[in-house]
Design a protein around this ligand. Structure first.
Ligand code: ZN
Length: 220
C-alpha cells in the first residue's frame, strides 16, 4: 500500500506511522529521517539542504521532493510506503502526483488522523521530558511520573520544551490549518482520504486505522 499520513501536531502521527509501517510491512518515510540521513551521509541533496539550513532559510520544496524520490525508489519501497511529514502543502502534493505518475504508480490512501484542537493542546502542553534523555517522556495527566518533576527512569529533572507551550502549540496548529489542511481537500477530490479519530488508546487507533485502510483498499 502507498499511503500518505496527515494529521495535526499532537495527533500521534509519529507513533502511528511506526506501528502502521510495521503492520503493513512497508517502509516509514518521514521527512525528518530523510533530512537526517541525507545530511549525515553527505549526499548532494543533503549538502544542498544544509546550505539553506545553515543560512537559516527554508529548504525549497524541490529538495525535499528529490529526497523523497530517491527514498521511494529504493528496493524496500517497491510494494509500498508510508509517507509522514510529506507532502506538507498543496505544491508538494502536486509534485508528488507528478512523480508517481512518472513512475506509473499511484497512492492508495491518505490517512487523516483527526483530533479536536483542545485535545491537541492538552496532549502537547502536558508533555514533560527528561533533561538526561529525551526518550524519557511523561505527561502530567496521561502518564504522570511517580514524583512530580522527576523522571521515573533515571531521576533526571523533567521540563517542558519551548515547542510544547500552549501558545506555541496554537501557532503550530494555525500553520497546519493554513498550509497542510488544504492537501486534505486536494486528496478528497481524488477520493483518497480516509479519516479516523485519533482518540483513545494507541493500540485501538492502530487497529482503527488498519481497518479503515483495508476497507478503502477493498473498495478500489
Ligand atoms: Zn530520565
Amino acid at each position: 500500500m502507498r499511503i500518505v499520513l496527515v494529521g495535526p501536531p499532537g495527533a500521534g502521527k509519529g507513533t502511528q506511522a511506526v506501528r502502521l509501517a510495521k503492520e503493513l510491512v512497508i517502509p516509514h518515510i518521514s521527512t525528518g529521517d530523510l533530512f537526517r540521513a541525507n545530511i549525515s551521509q553527505q549526499t548532494e541533496l543533503g549538502k544542498l539542504a544544509k546550505s539553506y539550513m545553515d543560512r537559516g532559510e527554508l529548504v525549497p520544496d524541490s529538495v525535499t521532493i528529490d529526497m523523497a524520490k530517491d527514498r521511494m525508489e529504493q528496493a524496500d519501497a517497491e510494494n509500498g510506503f508510508l509517507l509522514d511529514g510529506f507532502p506538507r502543502n498543496v505544491d508538494q502534493a502536486k509534485a508528488l502526483d507528478e512523480l508517481l505518475t512518472t513512475e506509473g504508480i499511484k497512492l492508495d490512501a491518505v490517512l487523516d488522523l483527526e483530533v479536536p484542537e483542545d485535545e491537541v493542546v492538552k496532549r502537547i502542553a502536558g508533555r514533560r521530558i527528561c533533561r538526561n534523555d529525551s526518550s524519557h517522556v511523561f505527561h502530567v495527566t496521561y502518564s504522570p511520573p511517580k514524583k512530580e518533576g522527576v523522571c521515573d527512569v533515571c531521576g533526571g529533572e523533567l521540563y517542558q520544551r519551548g515547542d510544547d507551550r500552549e501558545e506555541t502549540v496554537r501557532t503550530r496548529l494555525e500553520v497546519y490549518h493554513t498550509q497542510t489542511e488544504p492537501i486534505i481537500d486536494y486528496y478528497k477530490a481524488q477520493g483518497l482520504v480516509v479519516t479516523i479519530s485519533s482518540l483513545g488508546p494507541v493500540d485501538e487507533i492502530t487497529q482503527r486505522a488498519l481497518g479503515a485502510l483495508k476497507r478503502e483498499k477493498a473498495e478500489q
